[in-house]
Write a protein that binds this ligand. Structure first.
Ligand SMILES: *Cc1c(COP(=O)(O)O)cnc(C)c1O
Length: 639
C-alpha cells in the first residue's frame, strides 16, 4: 500500500481503498466527514443521504444492541423500479410487442416486510412472485393484489398445492404450474378435471447451454430440475391426447444464480427461443417466456466476468434479452411472448447491511525484547539475534529463509528439552521482530516477493467482531461468497492495520479472510487501530439475498436485531419496523429446552448451595436474577 502522510488522508482515499464507489451502485458512498452514507430516492423522487453512524446511534437509543441488520426500504423499492424500467425501456426502444412481468422468487428473502414492499412497489408494474413450496404460495396469494402479476409455481407440487393454485386461478390470480418432472402432470390433469378448472401450465426445460460461475450445476444435461428435450416431447404428446395443449402457456428455464458473463445469458435465451418457437409450431398456446434468475450482483465492483461480479449492466441485460428474442422469433413470425424473469439476488441484495462492533483485536507483534542477549544462549537463538541487524532490501528472501530455519530449529530443541520456556519465548519474539522488519523492507523493495504476500496475511491482525457468520453470512462459509466489508466511520483517518474478521462462534471457520478488490480478492482488510472506549463499527454490505433464512444456530447465536428504515426526503430516516433478535430463551426452546424448567432446576441447585453454606440467601437471589436476566437477553455480546 502506498504510504501517505496522516494529514493527507481523506474520505476520498478511503472510498478508493475500499472500492465503495465500484460496488455501492450509487446507494453507498463515503461522505466528506469520513462516514459511510446511504443514498436513496425519497417518495418525491429526489435523492437524499443519511450517515450510517447516525443510524447506529439512533438504533442504540432505541435500546437495540449490535449486531443489527439494517434493511433500507427505499433501496429495495428502487431496485424493483430499476429492473422494470430497464425492461420497459428496452421493450420500447426495440419495438418489442409484449410486456415484461417480473416475479420475485420468495426463497431469496421471505421476510414479510421484504415481500410486502415488493408487492406494493411492484403492483404498478404487475411484478409478481415465484413460489417453490406451499408456504411460499400462501405468501404470494396473500400479498399480490394486481391481476397483471404472475405467480409462478416451481418445485414439487402435491394435490393440496395444486387444488389451492387452481382455486386461486379461478379467483383471478395468474397462477402458473411449472412442470418440473413428468410425474406432476397426471395430478394436475386429474385435479383440474375434478375441480372443473383449466390450469395454466408452464414447463421447465433443461437447456444444453452451460454457464460459468458458482451455480453452473443448474444448467446442462445433469441439472436436477426440469424436463429433458425428450421428456418435453412426451409432455406435448400427453397434453395433445388430453386435448389440453391450450393450457401450455409458459416455457421456463433457470441457468443458475449469479451469472457473471452476458454471453452465457444470451446463449441461454437463444436456445430457449428455439424451444419456444417449436412449442408454438406444435400447437401449444404459449404466450409467456420465463428466463429464470441469474441476473448478477457486482459484489467486488470489478465489472468483469469474475465469479463475484458481472460484465454487464441491468440495461445491457434487458437489451440483450429483447434483442435475442426478437432476432430468433421474428423470422418465423412467432408472436412476442410476455417476458418473465425471476431475479432474486439482484432485487434484494443491496437493501440489507449487517452492522457489528469490534470486541477485541489480536495482533502478531513481537513482545518486548531485551537490550542484550547472553552469549550462553543457544546458538540458534544467537543467530536470530544477529539476523535482526542485517536485513536489507537486497537480502529479504535470504533473511526470511534463515529466520524460519533458526526458529524451527529452536522449536525442535525445545521439544527435545534442550531449550527452556523463556529461551523459546525469546526466539519466537525475535522471529516476529524480523518478520515485521522484512515486511517493512518489502514495501520498498523493487520486486514483489511471493512469500511476503503470505507473510502479510500470517502477521495480520484478527479483529474479533460481534456477530455469527453461520447465522448472518452463511454463504461466506458455505460457498466462499464475497461481500464488501468496511468500517462505516473514521474514514478520514488512514487505516494503518491489516486484519481479518473473526466472529464470536469460536469456530475456526467463523471468519472472513477474503475481501473485495478490483483485481482478484485480497486476504486482509485495511482497518483502523481501536481507540480506548470508542466503538469501532464494521458493515457487511449487499447481504439482502439468501443470507437471512439460510443461517443456523451455530453455538446458539440467534437471529440478530433488525431495523427496517426508510430514508426521507429531508435527509433523515424513519424507523418503519424493528424486530428484536432472538433472546437466549428463544434459541434454547428451538432446540427443545424448556427455559422455565431450566430455571427451576438451577433454583434448586442454588437452594442446595445455601443449605450447604456455600452462598447466602441474598447471594442466591442475586444469582437467580442474573440467570433469568440472561434468559431474556440477546444471544450476542452486550456492552
Ligand atoms: C433461486 C432461483 C431463482 C433466483 O435466482 P437469482 O439468481 O437469485 O435471481 C430464480 N428461479 C429459480 C427457479 C430459482 O431456483
Amino acid at each position: 500500500m502506498k504510504k501517505l502522510s496522516k494529514h493527507a488522508w481523506t474520505a476520498a482515499h478511503s472510498a478508493e481503498l475500499y472500492g465503495i464507489n465500484n460496488w455501492g451502485a450509487g446507494y453507498f458512498g463515503v461522505a466528506d466527514n469520513g462516514e459511510v452514507s446511504i443514498t436513496a430516492q425519497g417518495t418525491d423522487g429526489k435523492l437524499s443521504s443519511v450517515s450510517m453512524l447516525s443510524l447506529v446511534k439512533e438504533i442504540k437509543e432505541r435500546g437495540m444492541d449490535m449486531p443489527v441488520l439494517i434493511r433500507v426500504e427505499n433501496i429495495l423499492a428502487q431496485q424493483i423500479i430499476r429492473l422494470n424500467e430497464a425492461f420497459n425501456r428496452a421493450i420500447t426502444n426495440g419495438g418489442y410487442q409484449a410486456p415484461y412481468r417480473g416475479v420475485f422468487p420468495v426463497k431469496v428473502n421471505q421476510q414479510s416486510q421484504v415481500i410486502e414492499e415488493i408487492a406494493q412497489v411492484g403492483a404498478k408494474y404487475g411484478h409478481g412472485l415465484e413460489a417453490g413450496s406451499k408456504p411460499e404460495l400462501l405468501i404470494a396469494l396473500a400479498h399480490l393484489e394486481s391481476r397483471e402479476a404472475c405467480i409462478v409455481c416451481n418445485g414439487y407440487k402435491d394435490e393440496e398445492f395444486i387444488d389451492l393454485g387452481l382455486q386461486a386461478l379461478k379467483m383471478g390470480y395468474r397462477v402458473f404450474f411449472v412442470i418440473e418432472t413428468l410425474t406432476e402432470l397426471p395430478i394436475i390433469i386429474e385435479r383440474s378435471r375434478a375441480l372443473g378448472i383449466k390450469p395454466l401450465i408452464g414447463v421447465r426445460v433443461k437447456l444444453a447451454s452451460m454457464v460459468g460461475g458458482h451455480w453452473n450445476a443448474s444448467s446442462g444435461d445433469r441439472s436436477i430440475f426440469g424436463l429433458t428435450i425428450a421428456q418435453l416431447v412426451s409432455l406435448l404428446d400427453t397434453l395433445k391426447a388430453e386435448d389440453m395443449l391450450d393450457c401450455l402457456q409458459l416455457l421456463h428455464y433457470h441457468l443458475g444464480s449469479q451469472i457473471p458473463n452476458i454471453r452465457d445469458i444470451r446463449t441461454g435465451v437463444l436456445e430457449a427461443c428455439q424451444v419456444y418457437r417449436d412449442l408454438v409450431t406444435e400447437g401449444a398456446c404459449m404466450g409467456y417466456l420465463d428466463l429464470g434468475g441469474g441476473l448478477a450482483v457486482d459484489y467486488d465492483g470489478s465489472k468483469t466476468n469474475y465469479l463475484h461480479s458481472r460484465n454487464y449492466t441491468i440495461n445491457e441485460y434487458c437489451n440483450d434479452i429483447i434483442d435475442v428474442v426478437m432476432s430468433t422469433l421474428d423470422p418465423s413470425g412467432v408472436a412476442h411472448p410476455t417476458l418473465i424473469t425471476e431475479s432474486g439476488r439482484a432485487t434484494v441484495a443491496y437493501s440489507s447491511v449487517l452492522l457489528f462492533n469490534v470486541l477485541d483485536v489480536a495482533n502478531f507483534e513481537p513482545g518486548p525484547l531485551p537490550e542484550t542477549i547472553s552469549p550462553e544462549e543457544n546458538p540458534m537463538i544467537l543467530k536470530l539475534w544477529e539476523l535482526q541487524g542485517t536485513a536489507n532490501v537486497r537480502n529479504i528472501q535470504e533473511c526470511y529463509n534463515d529466520a524460519l530455519f533458526y526458529r524451527d530449529e529452536t522449536r525442535e530443541l525445545f521439544k527435545a528439552g534442550q531449550v527452556n520456556l523463556r529461551s523459546r519465548s525469546l526466539a519466537e519474539n525475535l522471529f516476529l521482530q524480523i518478520m515485521h522488519q522484512l515486511l517493512d523492507l518489502a514495501d520498498d523493495a523493487p520486486r514483489e516477493h511471493r512469500e511476503m504476500e503470505k507473510l502479510r496475511e500470517l502477521l495480520s491482525d484478527i479483529y474479533y467482531c460481534n456477530f455469527s457468520l453461520f447465522q448472518s453470512l452463511p454463504d461466506v462459509w458455505a460457498i466462499d461468497q464475497i461481500f464488501p466489508v468496511m468500517p462505516i466511520h473514521r474514514l478520514t483517518e488512514e487505516p494503518t492495520r491489516q486484519g481479518i474478521i473473526a466472529d464470536i462462534t469460536c469456530d475456526c471457520d467463523g471468519k472472513i479472510d477474503k475481501f473485495v478488490d478490483t483485481h482478484n480478492t485480497k486476504r486482509t482488510l485495511p482497518l483502523h487501530t481501536l481507540k480506548d472506549n470508542d466503538e469501532y463499527y464494521i458493515g457487511v454490505f449487499l447481504v439482502g439475498a439468501y443470507q437471512e433464512t439460510l443461517g443456523d444456530l451455530h453455538n446458539l447465536f440467534g437471529d440478530t436485531n433488525v431495523a427496517n428504515v426508510r430514508i426521507t426526503a429531508d435527509g433523515n430516516f424513519e424507523f418503519i419496523h424493528e424486530i428484536q433478535g432472538d433472546s437466549i430463551a428463544d434459541v434454547l426452546s428451538y432446540v427443545e429446552y424448556n427455559p422455565q424448567q431450566m430455571q427451576d432446576r438451577f433454583r434448586r441447585i442454588a437452594e442446595r448451595a445455601v443449605g450447604e453454606g456455600r452462598i447466602t440467601a441474598k447471594e442466591r437471589s442475586t444469582i437467580m436474577s442474573a440467570f433469568s436476566a440472561s434468559m431474556r437477553g440477546y444471544t450476542y455480546y452486550e456492552r
